[in-house]
Design a protein around this ligand. Structure first.
Ligand code: 5GP
Ligand code: ZN
Length: 116
């Protein structure tokens, strides 16, 4: 995707603070962190959002999910972290290239849901 900001980051046309890369996946720190640890995990393949995921993407998404705890641990989140996937305009998504927010490093994290 020509003008997608995360495709541009994946192509290194825009710099990012990269923490992980392989042939399919990139992880980099969020430019506006909501907590001491806040990085984004993206597929290099452009997929607009979770709504657009199809069966052919299953192994890619599985790989991203299993990578998340490994990278979170490396970033200092041994005791856990929060994974947020904002999906679509009503889900608060601003960048339409699928991404997982991995957030941690303090006790109370944004987006926490508590009963009652
Ligand atoms: P969304 O609301 O789409 O789930 O989240 C998009 C996230 O991307 C936001 O947390 C925002 O701070 C981050 N972001 C937007 N532009 C850039 C950028 O150019 N570089 C990096 N590292 N993060 C970005
Ligand atoms: Zn893209």
């Amino acid at each position: 995707m020509e003008n997608c900001i995360f495709c541009k980051i994946a192509r290194k046309e825009i710099p990012s603070n990269k923490i992980y890369e392989d042939k399919d996946i990139l992880a980099f720190n969020d430019i506006n962190p909501a907590a001491p640890v806040h990085f984004l995990l993206i597929p290099k393949l452009h997929i607009d959002s979770l709504i657009d995921v199809q069966d052919i993407h299953q192994s890619l998404l599985g790989k991203m999910l299993s990578l998340a705890p490994q990278l979170a641990k490396e970033q200092g989140c041994e005791n856990g972290f929060r994974t947020i996937i904002n999906t679509g305009p009503a889900g608060g998504q601003e960048i339409f290239h699928l991404h997982f927010h991995i957030i941690g490093g303090r006790e109370r994290l944004p987006g926490m849901i508590h009963p009652g």
